[in-house]
Every structure is written in structure tokens, then in C-alpha cells.
Design a protein around this ligand. Sequence first.
Ligand SMILES: C[S@@+](CC[C@H](N)C(=O)[O-])C[C@H]1O[C@@H](n2cnc3c(N)ncnc32)[C@H](O)[C@@H]1O
Length: 541
Amino acid sequence: MVFRRAFSLLQTRQYIASIELSHQFGRLIKEPSFARRQHYFSRRSGHCQAPAVHHLPLKSSTYLTKSLTRQIALAAYSKMSTAYDEDNFHPSPPAHRISPGQVPDALDKSLFTIQVDLAALKIDQPRELPLFRKQFKNDLLLLHSVSNIVKVEKEDGGKKETDILLLLRPDIKLDLSGMSEELRTFLKDRPEVEVCPYTLELGYDFWRADEILMSILPLDLLSEVPSGFTMTGHIAHMNLRDEYLPYKHIIGEIVLDKNPKVRTVVNKLDSIDTVFRTFEMEVLAGEPDFNVEQHESNCRFQFDFSKVYWNSRLHTEHDRLISTFKTGEAVCDVFAGVGPFAVPAGKKNVIVLANDLNKYSYDGMVHNIKLNKVEKTVIPYNLDGRDFIRMSRQELKSLAETKKTLVIPARSRHARDEDGKRKVEVIQIPARYSHYVMNLPDSAITFLDAFRGLHVDDDDDDAKLPYVHVHCFHKSDPNAPKPSDDEVRSALRQRIASALGFDIPLSALSFHFVRAVAPTKGMYCVTFLLPKEVAFAKDGL
Ligand SMILES: C[S@@+](CC[C@H](N)C(=O)[O-])C[C@H]1O[C@@H](n2cnc3c(N)ncnc32)[C@H](O)[C@@H]1O
């Protein structure tokens, strides 16, 4: 079947992004997903009027390689030769392409203004406006963030007057051509409703970041316009590819202008630090302020983004694991960062012993424990992960023996008992952990040997052992076919078995795919009950 995909000029730009996305995941693009995307984009943009279409004669089996993606994108974009398409109103800012040698210090925003000549109805009876808008809605200008009602002040013989204009679709002309029969008949019956000219100005504020970037970047850089970023507090964090670096400050300025919540735009300078998972960053635009406040899992986190690890894309993973922890259970968070697992779990009255080797992460965690009032349930440590696992068992045991219970006031001040006193929850401190969380995907598996013999001093060898949630990356060979799920699982099992010094069967492991970090690199969380053979191994510790 021939895969003929029609898409509008406006949608072309979204199309570039969506092809790129699908390409990254190496999927064959199928017609239904395109249809859904088209629907979404046209709804979102509001540019739904009679779209201009370009038929792409692609076969359904066409695999969109990077170069094909670019060719399609450029072919489609080259059709957007004029800033304003007469028949189909999908405006784009005028092109002012800059080259690497001529990058201006700042963007001249006045260059992005276009004027569009429209026909408008002069409404003599303002109370009729709602009626007009309803009855002739298909004849009216429909453009996101632009009102189709305009008030024009004028002076008539020293007297100030205001005309109310209702802007019509751009393909409707002053001679009434292009309008619906209904409106034409109406105007015949109501000669007092005049059709007059109106010049609409669309300036820098109107265009989206990707539209401006499309109009300034060289043609060969249009296939992956870098308007995407990850937000951490007020910081937009970009990951610009080398070819976009000459334009980095202009790109940063546009991102800053177009996203009201962004105060600082940074670019990652080098690959992630191997020990503490932090990275060097450069400020592209805005204030050089790295102290952020981020909200996640109903908690507030404050930290210096330049000194600690934080990834806003992990929030679903944080929530997923936190939802498996039950009130009164004990959790050991080996690589806790500034507390995205530990603090929300503590808020659920889960007892958490949380550790991070990075002094700044540890300080951030201590701060966030206080900020979220979880001092009773979350205990911070600043140790190496292996040492921490080894002492974790004894630490909880002594806590359970010395403190025995935690008395935690109800979070709500309004939760009162019959005597009017604030309600409290009394929690028995367990002697055993229910969960170990190990989110250091690059190397967490290599710490698993620390579990050998961890329970050897236990009196009761039948008591339930903890779940271990170990995060890890799986990298596949970019030149080989994509590995199957079974192949990935088997490879991860082998690494875990070798670190545990125990041939753990595949059936004892459960695998959760967290996210694709790169086309050939996936992040996983592997969960298993600590095997008895490991916990009671005589050769450990
Ligand atoms: C990927 S981050 C995860 C942080 C947090 N759990 C989260 O989900 O966002 C890994 C953390 O492990 C810490 N870390 C790295 N090596 C460590 C080690 N040997 N012992 C303890 N913590 C370590 C880093 O400082 C970093 O905060």
C-alpha cells in the first residue's frame, strides 16, 4: 500500500520533530500514529483551516533513515517560501538566516514582524458580536493567541470614536470572494455592516521558539531544530549538538524569551562526571543562578543544580518505587542524591536510611529532609555505597533495639483526637529492610557483592529478606541489530549473577525499562529478593 501522507505547511515543522523522535527509537513509522499526531498538532496549534497539503509518496515499508528524514523535512520546508501563504493561513516568520561567522550578539526582534492584509466586518451593533462569532465562526480568523475582535480608535471631526472589527479568514477578500454563502447573504440583507481592510501585524512574541529557530538557522541545520530542554526548577537544561554551538547564545535567548518559567538556560559542556553523575554546564542566557527549587512527589527539593545529580525525567521512576513502599517498612537508599526517593517515602512514614557520597548531595538531602519535615523518618549518611550497605543492617538493628518506635505527629494540624490533641502515629521500627534502592545505573551492579553475608549474624534465617532494586544501563552495539528483550535480560542477569557471586535464575528477576538514554542505551531497574545463598554466605563481609 502506498503511504501517502498529507501534512500542512505549519505541521511540517512538527513533522520534522516527530520523524526525528520516531527515528531515534528506530521504529518504522506507521500510518495510524501519524494520523494521531496530525490530529494532536492541528488541535494544539489551532491552525485547522483548510490546510495546504503535500503528498509524500512514501511506501508503507519506508524506513526513515536520518538522511531521508532530512530530505523530506527540507523539501517540505522549501515550499514555505513566503512568510505568508495566500490561500492557506499558516504564517511563518520571515527568514533571516545567520551563518556561523556572523552570529549577532543579540537577536534583532523587529526582524520577525510580518503584516497580513485581511478583510474585516465593521460591527455597528456591539451587542451582536456574540451572535456573529457563533453564526459565522467558519468565516472568522482562527489563529492561536490572536483575537479576531479588534478595536480601532479613530478621530472623526475632533470626535474620538472606536470601531469594532471582526477579522475574517485571510482567504476572504474585500470583494467578498472566499466567504461562505451564509455570510454573503447576510451582508446583502444588512448593508450597514461594512467589510473593510485591516492589516494584522504578527511580531516576535507571536512565533514559537521552533518557528524562530527555523527562520534563522542555516538550511542544513533545520532537521533537528534544538528548541527542546529539560526543566529543573527555573533552569532549562539543553544538550546542544556540536553543529548548533556557534548559535548557542541566540538559541538560549529564544528559549528564555519563549518560556515564562525559565530564568536560566544552560548547556551541558561535557559528558556526565563518572563519580557523582554531575556535569559541567555553561550559561547560555539569563541569570547565572543554579540554586533551584524543584517540586516532585508532593515534596519540595532545593539544591545547587551545578553540584549535585538531579534528573527531572526520573520522576515516574521515583513515584513507581515509592508506591511499592508501605508505611512502617524500612528502606535503604544507597545512592540517594538529594532525596527524591527518600524524602517522599519518609513523608509516607516509611523509615529510610539514605546515603550519598557527594558532600553537596548529602548537604542537599539534609536540607530537604528539614524542608519537608521528615527528620523523624529519614536518616542521612555520607558514605561510600559499599561501606553503607555493609553497615546498613547493623545500623537499622541498633535503631530498632534502642529506639523501638517512632512517634510521628499527623501531618495535618487538623487531625485531632477526642481530647483535641494532635493525632500521632506510632511506628514500630523493623529490624529488617523491606527494600534496598540502588540508583547509580553506571555501576550499581558492581556494588552487589556487598550483600554477601549481610545477614549471617541473623537469629532467624526464615525471616523475609529485602527486595533489591538495582538500576543499570544496557548498551547495545550500534552496528549490530537491536537486541531482543530476552537478550537484554539475559545479559543483565549475567552481570548481576557475577556481582552477587550466585547464579540467580532469570525467573527470580523482574525487569522494568525506565527510559531510553540514547538510541542504543537503555536504563533498567532490576528487582529481586535478596537470595538466601547471598545473604547468609559465609565468605562475605
Ligand atoms: C544517578 S544518581 C541518583 C540520585 C537519586 N537517587 C535519584 O534518583 O535522582 C546517583 C547518586 O549516587 C551518588 N554516588 C556516586 N558514587 C557513589 C558511591 N560510591 N557511594 C555513594 N553514593 C555515590 C552520586 O553522588 C549521585 O547522587
